[in-house]
Every structure is written in C-alpha cells, then in structure tokens.
Design a protein around this ligand. Structure first.
Ligand SMILES: Cc1cc2nc3c(=O)[nH]c(=O)nc-3n(C[C@H](O)[C@H](O)[C@H](O)COP(=O)(O)O)c2cc1C
Length: 343
C-alpha cells in the first residue's frame, strides 16, 4: 500500500524544543487503579507546573504508561524521582526524543478496564523497549497506540506493512451520546465489539471514549467517539493531528451546536495539523454558521449532507464516500531515523 512518511512537526515559533520521555512500569497494587491515579494527579499538578512538565498517565492490564514532556534536565530528574516511587516497579523506557510538545495540557489520564493479562501487555512493552535499544523508535502517539490500543484488524496482505496507515475518524456530537451511538452502530454492522476507555484531564471527573476498528473498502479504519469534555484533554489533543477527519453531529439546539464548534476550535488551537471537519446537520442554516466558524479558526469544514444526528446509516455512508474519494489512508509514521531521536 502506498504510504507517505511524515517528518516530526517543527517547533512552534517562540517555543524551545523540549524532551519527551515515555516509560512503562508495573503497578505494585493493581486494585482500584483509578483512585491511585487521582492521587498521582494531585501531586503531579503541583510539581509539574513548577518545572514546565506536561504529562499523561495511562493504566491498563496492571501497567502504567507515563508520558512526560518538558525541559531536559527537569524531565530527567522527574523520571528518576518517579522511578523511586513504590507504587510501581520495573520502569522501562520506550520512547525518548526531542522536539515540540505533543502534550498541550499539564495533565491527562486514561484508564482502560481491559481483561488482557499483564504478561501480554508486557510483551508489547518489551518489544518497544528492545527496539529503542537497537536505535529504532516510533512517534509518541504511535508508541501509546501500540501499547494501549493496537489495531484490531490484522494486516490484510503483504503490501500492507505499515501499522500506522489506517483511517482515523473521530466523532463528537452536540447532543449527549450520539457519537457513541454511531460507534456502537458500526460495531454491530461489522459484527465486532467496540472498546471503552475512561479519560480525565487536569481537574475534571472521568468521561468515556469508545472506538471501533473495521475495514472500510478494504482499508483498516478506526472510528473514535469523544465527548465534548474529552476534546479538552491533552492526551486526546495529542492524537488529533493524526486524525484525518472529525465528524460533528449537530442537533436542534443552536447553543449546543455553537458550544461543540467552540470546543473543536479550542482543541485544534496550536496543533501542527487539523482533521477535516465533516458536519452532519438537518438544516442548511446550521451548516452555513458552522462553516463560517470553522473558516474563521482556519479549519476545513465539509458538509456530510442534510441529516439528523441519529441517522447513523446516512452519516456513515457520506463519510465512506469521502474516504473512498481520498484513497488509501496515509501513515502517521515518522522517519524512524530522524535526528530528533535521543536513544
Ligand atoms: C506512574 C507514576 C507517575 C507519576 N508521575 C508524576 C508526575 O508526572 N509528576 C510528579 O510530580 N509526580 C509523579 N508521580 C508521583 C511521584 O513519584 C512522587 O510520589 C511525587 O512527585 C512526590 O511528591 P511529594 O514529595 O510532594 O509527596 C508519579 C508516580 C507514579 C507511580
């Protein structure tokens, strides 16, 4: 499959390059992990701000994945401090690079209530750790995805060699839950299961995010439902530049529609690339207003057509046509030998 490789995004003007570290470690007490993560969030919010460190903490199958970005010396000191924490052990480095920040907020976290055994998760950690030692590493978002959300559709044939080449389509609705309905509908249609995650930001309670993997016209495709709150999280925003499209399901409430677009504009601010916005609304006037709001913010907006948010069939048919028109999915993979790597 033809894929284009990207180079790491350039630093935003005025910002110094920072270092990025991702470590995986084993939880000492895997019971009630969310309560422990909330305690870690509380201390981290205090310390990280002082040192200019932004962090994301993920927990799955008895493992933590800790992604930190900040000025090199402070970041490495923080890594050592965290390594001595008896709430985890066997800390392994799986990514170390230099460049602009991916994490634009001080803290975000994700819990995956997966029933995958710790040893299986550990195999993916070892593989990334060993390849880093051999001088091969992957972009931060790729490392996180490989660890916590490997694509659930296998590679179709020998020409499909790049695991980062798949359609990524986000979906968010003005009315609660419509995006999640679309993901569940797609899961039923493709006779597969959707995956659920709990996510939280700097100070909010946790909210959900669901995704489903399937093949669209033969190409691997992931559709991710996000709540409006979820759009604010640093972890979510770090992945937005990899997404080709974000489907926005508008409803009948003008205020909620405007709020959704505002959230999208805020989420995309300062990102090196934005998904194309695909709007579904039952009224031409909504499309017209949203297209203007998107254009003012420098975002691309395209109408999926006139339809109600609950018309999953129609919405997905229109998305499928757009994907087919654009051709094979592009890769989010960087050049694996880029000099920004610190190995
Ligand atoms: C997986 C994991 C990740 C952590 N991440 C951070 C972090 O990003 N920033 C931080 O200050 N503390 C973090 N901590 C907590 C530190 O290990 C340590 O407990 C804390 O910095 C001590 O703060 P105190 O001296 O104010 O009690 C983390 C702990 C664990 C187990």
């Amino acid at each position: 499959m033809p894929t284009t490789q990207r180079t790491p995004p350039a630093a935003a003007s005025g910002e110094q390059d920072i270092e990025r570290i991702i470590c995986a470690s084993v939880l000492t007490r895997p019971q009630a992990p969310y309560a422990e993560m909330e305690r870690i969030r509380e201390t981290s919010m205090r310390h990280n701000q002082r040192f200019g460190i932004h962090a994301a903490l993920l927990c799955q199958s008895g493992w933590y994945v800790h992604w930190m970005e900040g000025p090199g010396p402070a970041l490495r000191a923080m890594r050592e401090r965290v390594a001595g924490d008896n709430r985890h052990h066997t800390q392994l480095l799986v990514h170390h690079s230099r460049g602009p920040r991916y994490l634009l907020t001080r803290w975000s976290m994700m819990l995956n209530p997966s029933d995958e055994p710790p040893a299986e998760f550990g195999k993916r950690v070892s593989s990334l750790h060993e390849s880093l030692q051999r001088g091969i590493q992957y972009p931060p978002t790729s490392v996180i995805r490989r660890l916590v959300a490997p694509l659930r559709v296998g590679l179709a044939n020998e020409t499909e060699t790049d695991p980062e080449a798949f359609h990524r389509v986000g979906v968010c609705s003005a009315d609660d839950g419509r995006g999640f309905d679309l993901v569940r509908w797609l899961a039923r249609k493709h006779r597969t299961a959707s995956q659920a995650r709990r996510v939280a930001g700097e100070d909010d309670l946790d909210s959900g995010t669901d995704y489903v993997d399937f093949r669209q016209d033969g190409h691997p495709c992931r559709v991710i439902a996000v709540s409006r709150t979820g759009l604010r999280h640093g972890l979510r925003r770090a992945f937005l530049p990899d997404w080709g499209h974000l489907v926005l399901l508008f409803g009948d409430d003008a205020k909620r529609n405007t709020q959704l677009m505002q959230r999208v504009v805020e989420a995309c601010a300062s990102l090196p690339a934005h998904p194309e916005l695909l709007g579904a609304a039952s009224d031409e006037g909504v499309h017209a207003r949203m297209a203007v709001a998107a254009r003012v913010a420098g975002l691309r907006y395209r109408q999926l057509g006139l339809m109600r948010a609950e018309e999953c069939d129609e919405a997905w048919h229109a998305v499928g046509e757009r994907l087919a028109l654009l051709g094979p999915p592009r890769s989010s993979q960087w050049d694996l030998t880029h000099p920004a790597w610190i190995a």
